[in-house]
Design a protein around this ligand. Sequence first.
Ligand code: COA
Length: 165
Amino acid sequence: MLITAVYPGTFDPITYGHSDIAQRAANMFDHVIFAVADSPHTNKRPVFTLAERVALAQTVFHPYDNIKVKSFSGLLINFAKKNKARIIIRGLRAVSDFEYEFQLAGMNRSLMPDIETVFLPTSPQYTYLSSTLAKEVARLGGNVQPFVHPCVYAALLAKMQANRQ
Ligand code: COA
């Protein structure tokens, strides 16, 4: 049986930390859906629109046959069910991520018991990376090229330029 895994997040924008997790998941499962959340939790206000976040991820994963980018809104487990995915992928960067991730996995499992969450440790060079930090470094003129795909770098520069005007 072919196994589909969903890797969800806000991805505002996608960084090498995210693509590293998705690519490693793609080596473990038959299909990976890179699921870009429309309605991010609580107080997150994405800088990139949903369409922009999806388009950037599509460019990043263009070379990967078994990674598909989709957007979703509402409950993750409903999206997973609709796409016949039994696995949710989450990246763990540090111990501080664990408590929240454990809660999320527990809640998802209680809502849909046949869904499993698989945690992948983030590669060491990305443990301190977040989308917020990438945006902040770009906004303040720092070099984010080591952390994001060239298309994301260009989009960040364009977004920062537009916001300055
Ligand atoms: N490398 C680099 N950065 C990483 C990373 C990695 N491997 N893993 C996580 N991050 C960063 C993200 O970029 C994000 O940065 P930011 O806060 O600066 O934007 C931060 O860590 C948190 O990421 P994450 O925990 O994935 O949060 P998220 O907002 O991106 O995604 C959802 C959360 C969308 C998966 C979750 O809210 C959800 O499932 N929502 C759907 C509604 C639902 O089902 N709710 C009930 C859940 S029980």
